[in-house]
Ligand binder design. Structure first.
Ligand code: SF4
Length: 219
């Protein structure tokens, strides 16, 4: 099913579509999907009847990291093949972006590649996903130089300013999204002022889009 974008999703995305479903192997403690009952990871072949329309901006894999290491290549190939049938812009976002490299000839024509960098600091108590440095290495590779890229710093966690800026600069993203934890997961968060300092530094080399949920950090 093609879902209209709603809630606290990116405002530039018009729809989400998920053909790979179930428990995400990255198991991030803050994952919004944990508030829904989850089954084992699977490919839902019924989804390949979905008309993805045209001129949409579709976040594919919004409910699970479809490039996580445990997802079979064939499943990803089927999802990308269905996307190629429809003239849309597709957002593919992964915390294991080194895997994008295997699908370069399978991607549809209009693609934004993205990864999440919540902080430069250690995340192993919060997620099974690869560390920030690994994600940056994966998406900053010259093989992906021709693609538009987004970094999302969401949910933002407390960080070291110089180190985080350096990591993001390495990616040369077209834009950076910054958002806060919307569901009160008790994450270590920076002050609003510190987020503004980060924004200023990032704006020297890229565009920064702030989510309204950062307002909570003012308190
Ligand atoms: S990678 Fe995304 S979908 Fe997977 S557990 Fe983390 S937040 Fe949830």
């Amino acid at each position: 099913m093609l879902n209209k974008q709603k809630g606290n999703m990116y405002d530039f995305v018009t729809h989400t579509w998920n053909a790979i479903k179930g428990i995400c192997p990255h198991d991030c403690s803050y994952c919004y999907m944990k508030s829904f009952p989850q089954k084992a990871m699977r490919l839902d072949e019924q989804e390949f009847k979905t008309d993805l329309g045209q001129d949409n901006f579709i976040f594919v894999g919004s409910s699970i990291d479809m490039f996580a290491v445990d997802v079979p290549d064939e499943w990803i190939g089927c999802v990308l093949a269905h996307c190629r049938k429809f003239d849309n812009t597709y957002l593919f976002q992964s915390k294991y972006p080194v895997r994008f490299n295997r699908f370069l000839t399978d991607f549809p024509q209009h693609v934004i590649l993205a990864t999440t960098i919540e902080t430069n600091r250690d995340l192993h108590m919060i997620s099974n996903a690869p560390c920030a440095e690994n994600r940056v290495d994966g998406i900053a590779t010259p093989i992906l130089a021709q693609y538009e890229k987004m970094i999302t710093i969401e949910p933002i966690m407390d960080f070291d300013l110089d180190e985080l800026v350096a990591l993001i600069q390495e990616v040369k993203p077209n834009w950076v999204n910054i958002g806060a934890d919307s569901k009160h997961h008790n994450l270590p968060e920076p002050s609003y002022e510190k987020v503004m300092r980060l924004k200023e530094r990032l704006e020297i080399f890229t565009t920064v889009k702030l989510k309204s949920n950062l307002e909570r950090l003012r308190n």
